[in-house]
Design a binder for this molecule. Sequence first.
Ligand code: NAP
Length: 266
Amino acid sequence: MVCDKTVVCDKTVECDHTVKVLILGGTTESRALASALDTVQGIDTITSLAGRVTRPILPVGQTRIGGFGGPEALAVWLRDNAIDVVVDATHPFASTIGAHAEQATRASGVALLVLTRPPWTAGEGDRWTSVASLPDAASAITPGSRVFLTTGRQGVRYFACVDHSWFLVRSIDPPTGPVPPHMTLHLSRGPFDIDHESTLLADNRIDLLITKNSGGDMTRAKLDAARVTSIPVLVVDRPVRTGSAPTVFDVAAAVDWLANRSSAAS
Ligand code: NAP
């Protein structure tokens, strides 16, 4: 049996046209994409992780860990590793690596696809205030607040100067930089459900939630719990992404895009 190059098949037949895909990862979606592509004939993947988390959940397939050393070094890495396509499946707030991916793919003539989660949007009963940045969120806190801070450990430093409120800080690993003087650290990794989040809000008498607009289901339950209990939320807007790379919002669309590219290249 030979490979039918016009379709994406199940890796059970010999095939000589392989599209090499670098997945910039560190997200649930990047792992789901690596899993989905694992059985696709004609596509080989390698997932890149920044190495921020001490015990990362590894995707299936090949992985590499650590920064590339900037956009020029990334472009060299793409050439050295014969990468055909980069999928930027990083977190919507990982704006530096996103910009580097744009620059490096442009410089090396490699295709780029962005896989990102749709942002969360407020619904009936939500008491959201949008802010442009983490420092803006810190400035918007009313003195005497009891804040549930879910901005990730790298964001905690922006709240270190807020000495008039108490913080419940949730992160996967402990923050490494400065932290607010009045805080309790809660180390935990999602997904979380609404019962868990409601209990956390009630037990800690939280009266303000601060979150980045990360999107996705893994960490959305805190917003549902805040809605039910009518707790106000400061939502940090996503950084604006520049560049012209095509963007998809779910893994199935990314697989289709790559499959079409794989067939067109063969
Ligand atoms: P960032 O600020 O955009 O990137 C900073 C530097 O980290 C980049 O210049 C790059 O170093 C390196 N880097 C980032 N992502 C990388 C990857 N997937 N593979 C190899 N190097 C990478 O990134 P960040 O916000 O610190 O996020 C780091 C990672 O954590 C990302 O992979 C992201 O998906 C994940 N994450 C981020 C958040 C968040 O809120 N920011 C939340 C959950 C998960 P070089 O310049 O040396 O190449």
